[in-house]
Design a protein around this ligand. Structure first.
Ligand code: C2E
Ligand code: CA
Ligand code: CA
Length: 671
């Protein structure tokens, strides 16, 4: 508020090198804009605490208006038009009113920060003091209005200059008293909020208060406005810090249970440093949670999960930790001496909850656990979590209640991991090659086809598929291998064609995992066409088991192959559990009878084999008998009508060069 200094002639502030008047005016305008901008930013920000957000917006808008009106009272004195006088009057009145209204805005914000809500009903803590502040605010504003017309607090002269009135000290006393009350509440309940929030609130009270008092004794300078502006800045910065902290907490928290998630767990381990060697990590999952979810529904299931978490966490020591990494899995970090007790507890935690109808129920929930007893001082949180989780995975696959992560298990995991990366390396460095196992017509003893089988040339040794296919199926690199093999096989066929030898159809194995790709048939076709070989030289082998995908997916794939001009063969027929439905639903061209049927020569097996072969012939399938080793087996198969034989009886899988020789000499010297 610009005032007339004793002996002033409207030249005040223009002394010295710095034009203080201009600085003040610019400052007020800038700060006013800042307050409005920060109000808008607060309003549009996504905040979980909507009440606090609204209170901050209210405070900033008030501060913005106060600074704006005060700015006007600085630039208007000396201007004597009716409009300037009116604006001067209104602005002065507004500044005084806002000073009192601030009390209400601050108590609302303070109450929300400290107690989470604000209302003046009976339950409100510090209700009396809050009510007193509200009354002071109302009385203060009433007095301002009265004084405006009676000149008690201030007068504005004909030149538009402001003068303090006799009762001006009262206009200061009312808000100062209110602020003191507000400050007393803050001091009393400072533990209810974070230190930074407490300091921000303190600044919101103390800065304007000090400014106010300064202005009272040394008037002529906008001390109060500086105080208000400073506190808005502090609040703004603190809000950004607070929001960031909230985001960090949210990133580390599972919303369903309020427990830390995996990030939080890793961070907790990090803070414990070398202390961790006294701890054990237990990663566990609730054995019948899926069942409970199905029985009571997902919402009740979530309540059960929270109730379980609270019941279990309540049993832990204060320096132990419980986290909820995902779904029905938890992790606890407990002192080693408490481990036996915790494992005992995992056998059954009684959880109370309400079902949809509100009925109180109790369930005893057991868990399966993986345990890792930390033995190293320098260990990363990620490692602890991985070891415990891997132990749990082992417990699950072995059907055990509890599995401890041991050195041997860790070594095995490490070996697998290394093997995994070796396989990936092998794929990108051409270490896989196709071998070819001939299929022979046993009536004529002539080559009539071949199956391509992958071999891995690893450190100079030939590795058989049994050692890498299961791993590749697990990490999905099998799909890359199958496409890679197809390319190699097409290239070999193209080379043989150049040599002028006659080539029978070659079958290529495709893992069922490939069925996830709806464009698989098209991709196969693209590779074959690119190599320039005739399509009828390639046949696709796929196993019958349809555990992962519905039969319709396999059917679409086989239909697409047919549309594109390729044959499809059903591998290992008789192994799976859906053989008959596969035959009914899908139009395969060839049936490969599993080695298992051919090995056994019980009369019952022979009867089944006989029926399978008859069935295949009836529905127009070609038959290949696999894994044939003995002359007697060839005899039997011949008698049953299965003439195409693939097995050691004729040939083992052959490297490309040996297969070239076989192609040039397709007649076998057998009976
Ligand atoms: P499969 O497709 O059933 O291939 C037949 C397997 O039986 C081959 O084993 C072959 O060497 C073996 N075998 C053939 N005749 C006889 C015999 O008379 N006696 C005995 N004891 N075994 C015989 P291999 O080459 O070790 O391949 C094993 C499996 O690996 C294959 O079984 C196939 O499922 C898979 N596989 C091989 N190469 C590939 C490939 O490129 N892609 C995919 N997805 N799987 C492949
Ligand atoms: Ca096969
Ligand atoms: Ca097979």
């Amino acid at each position: 508020m610009r005032v007339v200094l004793p002996n002033s002639s409207g030249e005040e502030g223009k002394s010295g090198l710095v034009d203080f008047f201009a600085v003040q005016v610019a400052f007020l305008l800038f700060e006013s804009i800042f307050c409005f901008v920060s109000a808008v930013l607060s309003a549009v920000k996504n905040s979980r605490d909507v009440k606090a957000k609204h209170a901050v917006v209210f405070l900033n808008v008030l501060a913005g208006f106060m600074l704006l009106f005060d700015y006007l009272t600085y630039i208007l004195p000396g201007r004597v038009t009716p409009f300037s006088s009116l604006v001067m009057q209104v602005s002065t009145l507004a500044v005084f009113l806002i000073c009192d209204l601030f009390l209400v805005a601050i108590i609302i914000y303070e109450s929300i920060v400290l107690f989470g809500h604000f209302d003046l009903k009976r339950e409100q803590r510090c209700r009396f003091r809050f009510l007193t502040c509200c009354m002071l605010s109302v009385v203060g504003m009433g007095m301002v209005v009265i004084s405006h017309f009676s000149g008690l607090y201030y007068t504005i002269d004909a030149e538009n200059f402001y003068h303090r009135g006799d009762l001006f000290p009262l206009s200061v006393l009312i808000p100062v008293t209110g602020m003191a009350i507000i400050f007393s509440i803050l001091l009393q309940y400072r533990k209810e909020t974070t230190t930074s929030r407490f300091l921000a609130l303190t600044s919101y009270i103390v800065f304007p208060l000090v400014g106010f008092l300064f202005q009272y004794f040394f008037y002529g300078f906008a001390y109060m406005d500086i105080g208000v502006a400073a506190s808005v800045h502090v609040m703004f910065i603190e809000n950004i810090i607070y929001q960031n902290r909230q985001i960090r907490i949210a990133e580390r928290t599972d919303i369903r249970t309020g427990l830390s998630n995996e990030h939080g767990c890793i961070e907790w381990i990090h803070t414990k440093k070398s202390d961790m060697k006294n701890y054990a990590a237990v990663y566990f999952d609730l054995t019948k949670f899926t069942l409970l979810n199905r029985k009571y529904g997902v919402d009740v299931g979530n309540h059960i999960l929270s109730a379980y978490a609270s019941a279990f966490a309540a049993e832990l020591d204060p320096d132990e930790f419980m986290g909820h990494p995902n779904a029905d899995q938890f992790i606890v970090l407990v002192k080693k001496k408490n481990l036996p007790e915790i494992l005992e507890k995992l056998k059954g935690v009684r959880v109370q909850f309400k079902d949809d109808t509100g009925t109180e129920l109790t369930e005893s929930i057991a868990a399966r656990a993986g345990v890792y007893e930390i033995s190293r001082e320098e260990i990363k949180g990620e490692e602890v979590v991985t070891y415990a989780r891997t132990a749990l995975n082992h417990a699950r696959s072995m059907g055990k209640e509890t599995v401890y992560m041991t050195q041997e298990l860790m070594d095995a995991i490490e070996t697998r991991r290394r093997f995994d990366s070796d396989i990936r390396y092998a794929l990108s460095h051409d270490e896989f090659i196709p071998f070819y196992q001939p299929k022979v017509n046993s009536k004529t003893n002539t080559l009539c086809g071949a199956e391509a089988l992958a071999r891995w040339i690893h450190n100079g040794q030939i590795v058989d598929p049994g050692d890498f296919i299961p791993i590749m199926e697990r990490n999905d690199s099998i799909c890359d291998l199958d496409m890679y093999m197809l390319r190699k096989i097409c290239a070999d066929i193209a080379a043989w064609r150049k040599e002028g030898v006659e080539i029978p159809p070659i079958s290529v194995n495709f893992s069922r995992r490939n069925l996830a790709d709806p464009d698989l048939a098209k991709k196969i076709d693209a590779v074959v066409r690119e190599s320039g070989i005739p399509k009828n030289l390639i046949e696709i082998e796929i196993t019958e088991t349809v555990d992962e995908f519905p039969l319709s997916v396999l059917k679409s794939f086989v239909d697409a192959l047919h549309d594109l001009g390729y044959g499809a063969s059903i591998d290992d027929f008789g192994c799976g559990n859906s053989s008959m439905s596969v035959l009914r639903e899908i139009n395969f061209d060839t049936m490969k009878i599993d080695k298992g049927f051919i090995d056994r020569d019980h009369s019952k097996d022979l009867t089944i084999l006989d029926h399978i072969i008859k069935l295949a012939i009836d529905i127009g399938l070609k038959i290949v008998a696999e894994g044939v080793e003995q002359p007697s087996q060839v005899e039997t198969l011949r008698a049953l009508g299965a003439n195409v034989i693939q097995g050691y009886y004729y040939d083992r899988p052959l490297p490309k060069e040996k297969m070239s020789e076989r192609l040039q000499n397709p007649k076998y010297d057998k009976e």
